[in-house]
Design a protein around this ligand. Structure first.
Ligand SMILES: [Zn+2]
Length: 186
């Protein structure tokens, strides 16, 4: 196989990899309201637990507001597709109501507010459906993520000390409990 064939293969692999990666991102972390007719259970969980704020002009006293703007950068911008970025964080698909996005009305304090996909916190359909709670799931593919999960490397390994009930048991008398931290696991 010559170098031209190799380069062609690389180009093909890269061409295939990108849509597949986008597909995985969309499967693992969603940022759009589910269709209430199609999936009423997930719609209910997202409506109850995964709507940010509302903040901004709707609620200037929201805890996320810092110097007059949302520190979490909501509402996000509409986007017709999920796009990967150089920063390692994807720019998630958030379709507008004019482009098949779902819109709903929620009660916020004394008023009703129209909510669209710009206010949805990224979530995992599997986790949200299972735990029915606020679980923010965002994907990061930056090499810095390795540094992040290993940032406690200088603190040494975590240890768990526990008592053994039966003092006469020869095995349990010498048993040590050890916790494997992320840096060791990797
Ligand atoms: Zn906010």
């Amino acid at each position: 196989m010559g170098i031209c064939d190799t380069l062609k293969e690389v180009e093909i692999d890269q061409a295939i990899e990108e849509p597949t990666e986008i597909m995985h991102i969309n499967q693992d972390s969603e940022t759009e309201l589910p269709d209430q007719e199609v999936d009423p259970e997930l719609f209910d969980v997202v409506k109850t637990h995964m709507v940010h704020g509302p903040c901004g002009s709707y609620n200037p006293r929201s805890p996320c507001m810092k110097n007059g703007i949302c520190s979490k950068r909501f509402p996000k911008l509409f986007s017709t597709e999920t796009v990967t970025s150089e920063g390692g964080y994807p720019f998630y698909r958030r379709r507008s109501p004019e482009n098949c996005g779902i819109r709903m009305t929620i009660q916020s304090r004394a008023s009703c507010i129209d909510i669209d996909n710009r206010w949805i916190v990224p979530f995992s359909p599997v986790l949200s459906r299972t735990f029915r709670a606020h679980i923010n799931v965002e994907l990061c593919r930056s090499i810095k993520s390795i540094k992040y999960i290993c940032k406690y490397v200088n603190k040494g390994s975590d240890l768990v000390v526990f008592g053994v009930q039966n003092a006469n048991d020869e095995v349990t008398s010498y048993q040590n409990g050890r916790y494997i931290s992320t840096s060791e696991a990797i």
